[in-house]
Design a protein around this ligand. Structure first.
Ligand code: NAD
Ligand code: UGA
Length: 451
């Protein structure tokens, strides 16, 4: 099938590459000329396991193209996927300017029937606004062309995006019952047929329910994490081990094990903004989502947990003190620093007068860029970036772990002890067993593990 992807970011690039891998003819559009040039020269703008190979293979086969040519992009695909960003507006609601700009471009150039697929995470009612924008553009040039807008939210996780896209738990598609809606349904069915071969994974529903499903999923996951973080903080006080508790409750199939890990708070481009946007939608309908307000507040507080533990152990004034930090990305297997808890920790340490040596397996470049914005050049000079994790440890009062990269799971604890000034680990991701740490002579503080 001929497919256009509008917005070649995390979601757009993964979607485009994976659909090309299945034999479709994919045209990826972006407004960012640098990104398109990079992709056309064989580069890749994001770190995502497995993606580079798929992009290279499908470019070579002529099934995957990157361009900034709007008219050509509209002419190409019968299916026009909108996968542009929906960042938070000043008041926390989703900023739809990029989605609506994409819709207008389609309306301005389309000459025959198109299915517009909203893949971006958008508030309930956005498909109607996309349709209205297209209709306005058609009316402007007095064109009569049929189209249909469907909602097909994306559930992939960064760091596992290719795997998630290729083996989805579910495919949610919202469409309407008009003639165009039926045509859209048939085309979407054909497109996703390879994913449904062994068993049907598609959930067909009305457009608003599909839009809502995406926010409900992210809000539910964020709620689990914040709830576990609150329990972990209580476990610390009452002398219980949140890891034992996690297993004890996760074994109940009604609860399940996933997304029950207490830690340094959730980050990334999605949970924080989607929780806020759903709260905002509720307010527009005179409802207050009390649980989500708490989820957000707990997470904001949790991002300070390592900073609080540092203060409790080393005092409020950290002038002249030096710390090692492992992990900067908001989660492993990505170089994404958006809303990363490490940014909150680093700001706090630097504000209190400390110096820091940091290491991340892939996010160092992106971290430098982002931390320069957060801290300014003068303060960034107090952060040293080390290529090897162990090199961050020399003369540090303690090692602080913010992201659970695999490479940190089995370090040489003797070397850690030798290189640190004091053998202290403050672990924001509960990577190690407390009794094992006591055994090797390391003072260990996890999250909710003060048994
Ligand atoms: P991103 O910022 O990585 O990419 C968006 C891209 O769209 C950018 O390259 C930008 O230049 C481009 N763009 C903006 N306006 C454009 C226009 N008019 N025409 C063409 N290109 C345009 O964003 P992302 O992380 O891929 O997220 C996209 C959407 O998908 C968001 O709504 C997000 O909530 C949702 N989502 C993201 C993830 C994720 O893991 N990142 C997962 C599921 C859903
Ligand atoms: C999340 C969802 O998992 C995806 O399904 C969704 O498509 C995506 O948002 C989106 O809408 O963009 P992502 O943000 O890539 O994906 O990463 P997650 O694996 O969900 O992790 C998010 C944050 O939660 C990370 O900071 C992670 O460290 C934290 N987390 C996750 C926990 O603190 N505990 C857990 O048990 C799980």
């Amino acid at each position: 099938m001929k497919i256009t992807i509008i917005g070649t970011g995390y979601v757009g690039l993964v979607t485009g590459a994976c659909l090309a891998e299945l034999g479709n003819d994919v045209f990826c559009l972006d407004v960012d000329q640098k990104k398109i040039d990079l992709l056309n020269s064989g580069g890749i703008p994001i770190h995502e396991p497995g993606l580079e190979e798929i992009v290279a293979r499908n470019r070579a086969a002529g099934r995957l193209r990157f361009s900034t040519d709007v008219a050509a992009s509209v002419a190409h695909g019968t299916l026009q996927f909108i996968a542009v960003g929906t960042p938070p507006d000043e008041d926390g609601s989703a900023d739809l300017q990029y989605v609506l700009a994409a819709a207008r471009n389609i309306g301005r150039h389309m000459k025959e029937f198109k299915v517009i697929v909203d893949k971006s995470t958008v508030p309930v009612g956005t498909a109607d606004r996309v349709a209205a924008a297209i209709r306005e553009e058609l009316a402007e040039r007095e064109a009569k062309v049929d189209f249909s807008v469907v909602s097909n939210p994306e559930f992939l996780k960064e760091g596992a995006a290719v795997e998630d896209f290729m083996r989805p738990d579910r495919i949610v598609i919202g469409h309407d019952d008009s003639h165009g809606g039926q045509r859209a349904r048939d085309l979407m069915k054909l497109l996703y047929a390879p994913f449904n071969r062994n068993h049907e994974r598609t959930y067909w529903m009305d457009v608003r329910s599909a839009e809502f499903t995406k926010y409900a999923a992210n809000a539910m996951l964020a709620t689990r994490i914040s709830f576990m973080n609150e329990l972990a903080n209580l476990a610390d006080r009452v002398g219980a081990d949140i890891e034992a508790v996690r297993q004890g409750i996760g074994s109940d199939p009604r609860i399940g094990y996933s997304f029950l890990y207490a830690g340094a708070g959730y980050g990334g481009s999605c949970f924080p903004k989607d929780v806020q946007a759903l709260e905002r939608t509720a307010r527009q309908y005179d409802q207050e989502l009390l649980i989500l307000r708490a989820v957000e507040a707990v997470n904001d507080r949790q991002k300070h947990i390592l900073g609080r533990k540092v203060v409790a152990r080393f005092g409020e004034d950290l002038t002249g003190k030096h710390f090692a930090v492992w992990g900067l990305a908001f989660k492993p297997n990505t170089d994404d620093m958006r809303e990363a808890p490490s940014r909150v920790l680093l700001r706090e340490l630097i504000e209190r007068g400390a110096t820091v040596a940091v290491h991340d397996p892939v996010a160092m470049h992106e971290a430098k860029r982002v931390l320069e914005l957060d801290l300014g050049t003068a303060k960034l000079a107090r952060v040293r970036f080390t290529d090897a994790p162990m090199d961050a440890l020399d003369d540090a009062e303690a090692l602080l772990i913010v992201t659970e990269w695999k490479a940190f799971r089995s370090p040489d604890f003797e070397e850690i002890k030798e290189r640190l000034k004091h053998p202290v680990i403050l672990d924001g991701r509960n990577l190690y067993e407390p009794d094992l740490m006591t055994g090797v002579g390391i003072e260990y503080h996890g999250i909710g593990r003060s048994v």
